[in-house]
Design a protein around this ligand. Structure first.
Ligand SMILES: Nc1nc2c(ncn2[C@@H]2O[C@H](COP(=O)(O)OP(=O)(O)OP(=O)(O)O)[C@@H](O)[C@H]2O)c(=O)[nH]1
Ligand SMILES: [Mg+2]
Length: 395
């Protein structure tokens, strides 16, 4: 009976790939049984082979790549799977069936707790700008903690901890898409606007009012922040049941989204007036007066807007793209996503939030200092199976 181990080298979060390392004498048996590589020992160092990961019945589980990275005495293979938790779990279960043991050894060594936090959170970040921001935060938070630990003025040190806490929601700007709904009368150009903003043709556009019956969601980026544009069914008296259901869902959606853009056709004051009059509650975050290319001079729809709405108005044309950047800037500003905030240190995981909260309430500089040391000095390896630890509540 030989020995063997397996180890997940990457995060379990959704990603392009996940890597599971298997090694030891039993690794050959695992490869023979659960891949279509008949003779694993023939895989020399540096060899990369595409194959299928198969279950105990020989049914394919995933299309994978197997590599042998090292020239060690014992067999060692890296299985490059698709980055999906179901596939990862299945692969690990198959490894256990072959008597491979989950290695308890830490996968990565980090220079300190802050760096460890950042790499645990990284797989949750949805954009390149977010990843850059997070990795830059390692030095920022580290420096901020060092400054707090050096400080002999308790009140000043506590205030610095509160500053770190104040920006704890910044990480969520990169891990949770800003959900923006586009609502308005039929034919106002909501779908056209969403396609233009999302830079893809996700929603059907037609001159026929009532084209969009349900809502359509598109994931995109807005200046490096993840955003979900949500196109909705036109708001009007429904002429059929399907459309009525769509409109009811649109009304429910308004309460759930982070921001609402009311799209009005500036050439159609009658429809615009009906929607403005029936508008429920709070004003929309933004009013996009669309089809500027058809009518740049008339302000008939503008005149219909309630007093408080005038400052929220942007003239746009989803056909020519005019005004779209103004709309983007306005939405980012309204939801607090300002570039200047990104240059400051921010607590970016629940561990940091917990320790900064304790530090902000510490009764002496020494107590506060030891919390700062815990924040930076410990936790150099991610605890096995730990959640990714995003802050629970935005500050
Ligand atoms: N000239 C011009 N036409 C536009 C513009 N935006 C949309 N349209 C046209 O307006 C019509 C309706 O556009 P849609 O994007 O389908 O409008 P909608 O608000 O999604 O309509 P429903 O789904 O029916 O509620 C189409 O013929 C579009 O080509 C614009 O900026 N300029
Ligand atoms: Mg539509």
């Amino acid at each position: 009976m030989g020995a063997g181990h397996y180890q997940l080298l990457t995060s379990k979060a959704a990603a392009g790939i996940a890597v599971v390392r298997v090694w030891g004498t039993l690794a050959n048996q695992f490869l023979k049984r659960h891949t279509r590589i008949a003779a694993p020992l023939e895989l020399g160092s540096g060899v990369v082979r595409r194959t299928a990961l198969v279950d105990s019945d020989g049914e394919p589980v995933d299309d994978i790549i197997v590599s042998t990275g090292r020239t060690s005495a014992e067999p060692e293979y890296w299985l490059h799977l698709h980055g999906n938790s179901l596939v990862i779990d299945k692969c690990c279960a198959l490894a256990r069936e072959c008597k491979l043991v989950d290695s308890a050894a830490p996968v990565w060594q980090f220079s300190d707790g802050i760096e460890c936090d950042a790499y645990q959170i990284l797989p949750n970040v949805l954009t390149l700008r977010g990843a850059t921001w997070l990795l830059d935060q390692i030095a920022r938070v580290r420096d901020a903690c060092a400054a707090v630990a050096r400080c002999d003025d308790l009140k000043q040190a506590q205030a610095a901890c509160r500053e770190l806490l104040k920006r704890r929601n910044v990480i969520t700007w990169f891990t949770q898409p800003l959900r923006v709904s586009l609502v308005g009368p039929p034919n106002a150009g909501k779908s056209s606007l969403m396609n233009a903003l999302g830079d893809q043709t996700a929603s059907v556009v037609s001159a026929e009012p009532g084209t969009t019956r349900d809502w359509v969601e598109v994931l995109a980026e807005l200046d490096g922040f993840p955003v979900a544009w949500i196109d909705t069914a036109g708001l009007r008296s429904p002429s059929d049941e399907v459309e009525a259901a769509g409109i009811t869902r649109t009304q429910g959606l308004l309460a759930e989204t982070d921001a609402t853009v009311l799209v009005l056709d500036r050439t159609d004051p009658a429809y615009a007036s009906a929607v403005i009059q029936a508008w429920p509650g709070e004003p929309p975050d933004c009013v996009a007066l669309n089809k500027l290319d058809l009518d740049a001079s008339s302000d008939a729809v503008h005149a219909l807007l309630p007093a408080g709405w005038a400052t929220r108005t942007v003239d746009v044309s989803s056909h020519t793209g005019v005004g779209l950047d103004d709309l983007r800037v306005r939405l980012l500003g309204d939801t607090g996503r300002r570039s200047a905030v990104l240059d400051h240190p921010a607590a970016f995981c629940d561990r940091q939030v917990r320790l900064c909260t304790a530090a902000a309430q510490a009764e002496s500089c020494n107590a506060l200092r030891s919390i700062m040391f815990e924040l930076t000095g410990s936790n150099r390896n991610p605890p096995a199976g730990s959640p990714h630890g995003l802050p629970q509540s935005a500050g």
